[in-house]
Design a protein around this ligand. Structure first.
Ligand SMILES: Cc1cc2nc3c(=O)[nH]c(=O)nc-3n(C[C@H](O)[C@H](O)[C@H](O)COP(=O)(O)OP(=O)(O)OC[C@H]3O[C@@H](n4cnc5c(N)ncnc54)[C@H](O)[C@@H]3O)c2cc1C
Length: 470
C-alpha cells in the first residue's frame, strides 16, 4: 500500500510560526506551579505503622486516604522520594476516564467474560472520585465534561461512525463544536470522562490525608524492604518504619520487589501549555462543551482547556530510552516540542500568534497489557499496583481499593477479577526491550501513513495480546 502524507505534513505551518510560538516557553510543569505546595519533613529515626505507603502520587495518596477512611485509628505513614505529586500525577493531562482497561477494545479483547463488570466498576470508581471531591471539599477543578474523539483521515471517520457509545458528529457538527479545519468527524461521549487539575488533585489528596492523620514524609526514598517478625521494615537512608503492612505505589520507578522489575517501561510523553486565550480567540474557537479531546491516530494527540482558558496539547511522540531509566534530561527534547507546536498550529491555524508558556514531559507507566496490574507479595504483607499506561488519573483510586482489600485479606468483587488476579507478560530485558519498542513505534507510524493498516508485526502483537491500539 502507498505511503500517504498525514494532515500534519500536508498543512504544516511555517518554521518561523513554530519558532515564534515557543519563543517565551519555559521548561516547567504548569500544574505544579499552579498548585499550593507544603513543606513536609524527611523521615529520620525509627517509627512504626499499621500501614506504610510508598509513593506520593495518586496511587499512594488514595491508598493512604482510603486506609484512614476504612480504619480511622490505623497508624498510616506515607513515604515519598521527592515531593508530593512531582512525577506523573502532577504532570498529566488531567483526563479522568472511567475505563480501568485503557478503553473498551483493550478490555474486551483481554477480559471478554468480565468486561461488563469492569466497565461498571470503572464508572462507579469515577462516580466515587466525584463524590469524594465534593464531600472532602477538594479544590481540584473537576468538570464532568465528557470526551470528544476526533478524526482527520477518512479511515478514522469510518472508525468513529462504527463506534457504539456516544453521539457521532459529522464534519459540520464537529467543527461547530470546535473550530478546527482538520476535524473531519467526531464522537462525543458523555458520562465516562471528567477533567481535573492534576497538580491540585495530588496536593489536595495530601491535604486530606494529613487532615485524617496520615504522617507524610518527603525526600524519603525507600531503599529496601526487609522481612521482620510480624511485619516489614521499610528502610530509607535516614530512617525506618516497622510496618504491619506495606502498599507500593511507585509506578515507573525502580520497583522495590524483584518480581516487578520487568513489568513496566517508562515511555516519555511531551506536553505544551498555551498562554490564556483572549475573549476573541475563545469566541472563534467555540469548544463550549470543554470536552477532553483526543484523536484516533496510533500516535495520537490530546488537548483540553484549563480553568483560566489555556489549551494543554500533548502526545504524539512517545520516546523510550534503553535501560528503563527516568531522568530529568529526557524531558528536554526540543524536537518533540517543535513537533507538537507545529501540529497545534495545523489544528488551530486561527490561533497563530498565541504563545506557549510551559513545556514539560513525563514518563508513561507502560505495561504489556496497557492497564494496571495488581500484586501481593511477602505472604500478604506487601501489595503493589502499577502500569497504568497513561490512564491512571481515575484508575489509581480503584487500584488503591484493590491493595487495601488484599492487605486486609478480604475477598471482594474487585479481588475476584481476572484482571486483578492475573499478571501481564513482562517486557524483555535489554537490548530486546529497546529493539521491540522501536520496531512497534515504527510500525504504528507506518500504519498512520497507510490509512490505519496494521503490518505483520502489529497484527502478530495483536494476536499475542501485546498490540497497542490507542
Ligand atoms: C505526560 C503525561 C500525561 C498523562 N495524561 C494522563 C491523562 O490525561 N489521564 C490519565 O488517566 N492518565 C494520564 N497519565 C498517567 C497518569 O498520570 C499516571 O498513570 C498516574 O499519575 C500514576 O500515578 P502513580 O501514583 O501510580 O505514579 P506517580 O505519579 O509516578 O507517583 C509515583 C511516586 O512514587 C515515588 N517513588 C518511587 N519510588 C519510590 C521509593 N523507592 N521511595 C519513595 N517514593 C518512591 C515517586 O517519587 C513518585 O512520586 C499521564 C502521564 C504522563 C506522564
Amino acid at each position: 500500500m502507498m505511503r500517504h502524507s498525514t494532515v500534519f505534513e500536508r498543512h504544516a505551518p511555517s518554521e518561523s510560526a513554530v519558532t515564534e510560538s515557543l519563543r517565551s516557553t519555559r521548561s516547567s510543569v504548569f500544574w505544579l506551579e499552579d498548585a499550593p505546595s507544603v513543606d513536609r519533613p524527611q523521615l529520620a529515626g525509627s517509627h512504626s505503622a499499621d500501614l506504610t505507603v510508598v509513593g506520593g502520587g495518586y496511587t499512594g495518596l488514595w491508598t493512604a486516604v482510603l486506609a484512614k477512611r476504612r480504619d480511622p485509628s490505623a497508624r498510616v505513614v506515607l513515604l515519598e522520594a521527592q515531593t508530593i505529586g512531582w512525577a506523573a500525577s502532577g504532570r498529566n493531562g488531567g483526563f479522568a476516564e472511567a475505563s480501568l482497561t485503557h478503553g473498551e477494545d483493550n478490555g474486551r479483547a483481554r477480559w471478554p467474560d468480565e468486561y461488563d463488570t469492569l466497565e461498571r466498576l470503572g464508572l462507579e470508581n469515577l462516580d466515587a472520585i466525584e463524590r469524594d471531591v465534593t464531600e472532602l471539599g477538594m479544590d481540584v477543578q473537576l468538570e464532568r465534561t465528557g470526551t470528544l474523539d476526533v478524526a482527520y483521515e477518512p479511515h478514522q471517520v469510518e472508525w468513529l461512525r462504527e463506534a457504539e457509545h456516544g453521539e457521532f458528529l459529522d464534519r459540520d457538527a464537529v467543527q461547530a463544536a470546535i473550530a478546527s479545519p482538520i476535524f473531519a468527524a467526531g464522537r462525543r461521549i458523555e458520562g465516562h470522562g471528567a477533567l481535573v487539575h492534576p497538580g491540585r488533585l495530588a496536593t489536595e489528596l495530601a491535604r486530606v490525608a494529613a487532615d485524617l492523620g496520615v504522617e507524610i514524609f518527603e525526600h524519603s526514598a525507600v531503599t529496601g524492604l526487609r522481612n521482620r517478625s510480624g511485619g516489614v521494615a521499610v528502610e530509607t537512608v535516614r530512617g525506618v518504619v516497622h510496618s504491619a503492612k506495606v502498599a507500593l505505589g511507585t509506578n515507573v520507578f525502580r520497583p522495590l520487589l524483584r518480581r516487578a522489575r520487568l513489568s513496566t517501561v517508562p515511555v516519555y510523553d511531551y506536553v505544551l501549555m498555551s498562554e490564556p486565550l483572549s475573549d476573541v480567540q475563545r469566541a472563534d474557537l467555540g469548544w463550549r462543551g470543554r470536552e477532553g479531546v483526543s484523536d484516533l491516530a496510533n500516535q495520537f494527540h490530546y488537548s483540553r482547556l484549563t480553568a483560566d482558558h489555556r489549551i494543554l496539547y500533548g502526545g504524539y511522540d512517545a520516546v523510550y530510552h534503553a535501560g528503563r531509566r527516568v531522568r530529568p534530561e529526557y524531558e528536554e527534547r526540543q524536537e518533540s516540542y517543535r513537533t507538537l507546536a507545529s501540529h497545534f498550529l495545523t489544528t488551530y491555524p486561527q490561533l497563530e500568534g498565541l504563545g506557549f508558556s510551559h513545556q514539560w514531559a513525563g514518563a508513561i507507566d507502560t505495561s504489556t497489557q496497557f492497564c494496571a496490574f495488581h500484586g501481593l507479595a511477602r505472604r500478604g504483607r506487601v501489595a503493589y499496583a502499577a502500569g497504568f499506561t497513561g490512564l491512571g488519573v481515575a484508575a489509581t483510586r480503584f487500584a488503591a481499593e484493590v491493595m487495601l482489600d488484599r492487605l486486609a485479606g478480604e475477598s471482594t468483587p474487585r479481588t475476584q477479577l481476572d484482571m486483578v488476579r492475573k499478571k501481564p507478560l513482562p517486557f524483555p530485558p535489554e537490548p530486546f526491550a529497546k529493539i521491540g519498542i522501536e520496531a512497534t513505534k515504527w510500525s504504528l507510524d507506518r500504519a498512520d501513513h497507510r490509512q490505519g493498516q496494521r503490518n505483520l508485526l502489529l497484527r502478530t502483537l495483536d494476536r499475542l495480546g501485546l498490540g497497542f491500539d490507542s
